[in-house]
Ligand binder design. Structure first.
Ligand code: THU
Length: 142
């Protein structure tokens, strides 16, 4: 089981909250931010980036993961996620969508920590295995 210092969790949550302010979401007006901690200690942030062709939208979590992988990182410890309506504060935990859970499963182990946050004082955490049990992975096809 991964053990993360509370200070690091709070830092990730703060980064996720500030990243949500950079969301490009003119269609839903829902703003999501994510902060991904790599094993090297670097934090990669991401926001949702929508598109007029809705299916081309990229979620905040995948933005952060793809940024990190494109920078050469493939070993991750935790991600914090926060979502809210534009101009408002988060009122509920924003859980990662199914596609993002699958992308996490590509790069992260079962004990990867997913933190969903309303604020830096109100957040909870799950393991990836709790959010995506019995997942499909490369071990199925090689
Ligand atoms: N969204 C995310 O960024 N992450 C998720 O896990 C769920 C949904 C975004 C996509 C879209 O821009 C907006 O939230 C509304 O669905």
């Amino acid at each position: 089981m991964n053990n993360l210092d509370n200070d690091i969790k709070v830092k990730l949550v703060k980064e996720a909250l500030s990243s949500s302010e950079r969301a490009y979401s003119p269609y839903s007006n829902y703003c999501v931010g994510a902060a991904l901690l790599s094993a090297s200690g670097r934090i990669y942030t991401g926001c949702n980036i929508e598109n007029s062709s809705y299916g081309a939208t990229n979620c905040a979590e995948r933005t952060a993961i793809f940024k990190a992988v494109s920078e050469g990182e493939k070993d991750f410890t935790a991600i914090a996620i926060a979502g809210h309506k534009r101009g408002e504060k988060p009122v509920e935990y924003a859980f990662p969508c199914g596609i993002c859970r699958q992308v996490m499963a590509e790069f992260c182990k079962k004990d990867f920590i997913v933190i969903v946050a309303v604020s830096d004082e109100d957040f909870k955490e799950f393991t990836l295995d709790e959010l995506l049990p019995e997942s499909f992975g490369s071990d199925c096809i090689v």
